[in-house]
Design a binder for this molecule. Structure first.
Ligand code: NAI
Ligand code: MG
Length: 540
């Protein structure tokens, strides 16, 4: 079981983040922090010879109507290994014509069945068999994800892919528990609601957690009997194709899930503006979220759920255990190479403990193990691509130029691929770019605060509102902060604690709608009111 495997990774005294599957991400951070002699500076040479992944790439074509097919144009695009920048595979490049084909297949599968016409239990069984197949192929899926994305293999194999299994089991569980209500209307009527699927759902996902983003979207859509056209991120097309093949092996009828690899302004925009797509779900940048909302509104007013950027505050109060706070704040920012929408990218520390915190945060970052993500014990792999790599280095230059203190890091590691040193800035001021914009990389910004009212105000000035971390032993302080922070998730004495049942989403410009948990079903259901007269009103 996932929870057992994950809890067995736990070590140390972080009882606030212990003992359940939901603590998994942090537990892995702790595990790999044991380090196995690979220092940050000795890895540069080791990076020259990347480890060969032990997985075959079997699927590079578009998945439309249950078949792997070439794109209409015949074009392909390269997907790259972030460790080297070398081509891993050439993948069929979908465009508007392929989206049309995929939507037609999804439309037919929805209108003519069998998917929405199956019993809910039959749908549940297929999703459940899919989960079993993911579990069976756990390590190959993880290897593919590491190869395409650059994230540490241990993390993918022990946390992310098991979480994909967990998510699919969770949604298999929902599939036969979705039903309407009877409603006590004021009059001689029998009133009931039917909870029906919306129809064809378009889904556009990013590259930072390709499989989890896939599961967060495909899971509820299928559980609610919708059909799907998914556009994966151009940087990471491989894992969705691999697992979608397993989903068909599990018995999914053709056309229910179609996967189109390709670029945003072409395939993505065609999906968001398609007249036959009745819902769109997106995770990615706030900028692209606005474009997608506009395309949805201008076409057929399809409803949109958005999970966008963030600039999450991690608040360390004066009563906090500093060693624990340092470790969690480090994890909150550096996990997944800093490429997390909810990264704790504004570390606010109370002035009384600030100096000690900065020293220890610096020391922790200097110990962080960078290396080939296939190597055991490695905590940090390369950034996803040259664009993100350049963007992060630019933010680091901007931090230096604006007067923040560079405590450690700031440079690339090695001569190829997209590795960046864990970087820590202290003396960061609210107005600096590194304190206001999403860096999406291994750059920690530490800010000083004096009292709670002040830090609440400063935390809430961000246009984003995705998540926050609060580190305190005082229940009153925790209660105060959890209510005052205008964000979709508050983690208290933990961070990045995820589970299939815990809802996730943003306030303000971090998006709208919630994914995971019971709330995610609302994104994929219509509510129909059915009203009929009752002859004998005495029975009301
Ligand atoms: P992006 O938001 O442009 O891309 C995410 C997805 O949207 C990809 O599948 C992409 O192909 C698609 N897309 C792009 N333009 C589109 C369009 N015009 N119409 C329809 N779909 C479109 O993000 P990108 O360029 O990969 O990264 C830029 C920044 O976005 C990052 O530096 C980071 O700050 C943020 N980001 C946030 C993520 C999150 O989890 N919230 C994930 C990825 C990026
Ligand atoms: Mg790639």
């Amino acid at each position: 079981m996932t929870s057992l495997r994950l809890s067995s990774l736990l070590s140390g005294s972080f009882s606030a983040a212990s003992s359940t599957a939901a603590t998994s991400l942090f537990s892995l951070g702790r595990n790999s922090n044991r380090g196995r002699g690979v220092s940050r500076f000795s890895t540069a040479a080791a990076l020259e010879v990347p480890i060969t992944p032990s997985v075959q790439i079997n699927h590079t074509k578009l998945l439309i109507n249950g078949q792997f097919v070439d794109s209409a144009s015949g074009k392909t695009f390269p997907t790259l290994d972030p460790r080297t920048g070398d081509v891993i595979a050439h993948v069929s490049e979908g465009d508007a014509e392929d989206i049309n084909r995929a939507v037609a297949a999804a439309r037919k599968a929805f209108d003519e069945g069998p998917w929405p016409k199956m019993t809910a239990y039959e749908r549940s069984r297929i999703i459940s068999r899919f989960a079993d197949l993911i579990e069976k192929h756990n390590d190959e899926i993880a290897a593919l994800e590491t190869w395409d994305n650059g994230k540490p293999y241990e993390q993918a194999a022990k946390i992310e892919v098991p979480m994909l299994t967990r998510l699919m089991r969770y949604y298999a569980g929902w599939a036969d528990k979705i039903h309407g209500l009877t409603v006590p209307a004021d009059g001689p009527y029998h009133v009931q609601t039917l909870h029906e699927p919306i129809g064809v759902a378009g889904q556009i996902i990013p590259w930072n957690f390709p499989l989890l983003m896939y599961a967060w979207k495909v899971g509820p859509a299928l559980a609610c009997a919708n059909t799907v056209v998914m556009k994966t991120a151009e940087q990471t097309p491989l894992s969705a194709l691999y697992v979608s093949n397993l989903l068909h092996e599990a018995g999914l009828p053709p056309g229910v899930l179609n996967v189109v690899s390709g670029y945003g302004p072409t395939a993505g925009a065609a999906l968001a503006s398609h007249m036959d797509v009745e819902k769109i779900a997106f995770t990615g940048s706030t900028e692209t979220g606005k474009i997608i909302s506009e395309l949805a509104a201008k076409s057929n007013l399809k409803p949109v759920t958005l999970e966008l950027g963030g600039k999450s505050a991690f608040i360390v109060c004066e009563d906090a255990d500093i060693d624990q706070a340092v470790e969690l704040a480090h994890f909150a920012l550096f996990f997944n190479q800093g490429q997390c929408c909810c990264a704790g990218s504004r570390t606010f520390v109370h002035e009384r403990v600030y100096d000690e915190f900065v020293e220890k945060a610096k020391a922790r970052a200097m110990k962080r193990v960078i290396g080939d993500p296939f190597k055991s014990g490695v905590e940090q792999g390369p950034q996803i691509d040259s664009e993100q790599f350049e963007k992060i280095l630019k933010y680091i230059r901007s931090g230096i130029e604006s007067g923040a203190t560079l405590e450690t890091g700031g440079e690339r590691v090695g001569t190829k691929g997209f590795y960046i040193q864990p970087t820590v800035f202290s003396n960061v001021q609210d107005g600096m770019k590194i304190a206001t914009e999403e860096i999406f990389g291994p750059v920690q910004s530490i800010l000083k605060f004096k009292n709670l009212d002040e830090v609440i105000k400063r935390a809430n000035t961000s246009p984003y509102g995705l998540a926050a971390g609060v580190f305190t032993k005082d229940i009153g302080t925790a209660n105060n902060l959890m209510r005052a922070l205008r964000v979709g998730t508050v983690w208290i004495n933990c961070f990045d604690t995820f589970d299939a049942a815990i809802p996730f989403g943003g306030y303000k410009m971090s998006g709208h709608g919630r994914e995971k948990g019971i709330y995610s079903l609302n994104n994929y259901l219509q509510v129909k009111a059915v009203v009929s007269p009752v002859d004998n009103a005495a029975w009301l």
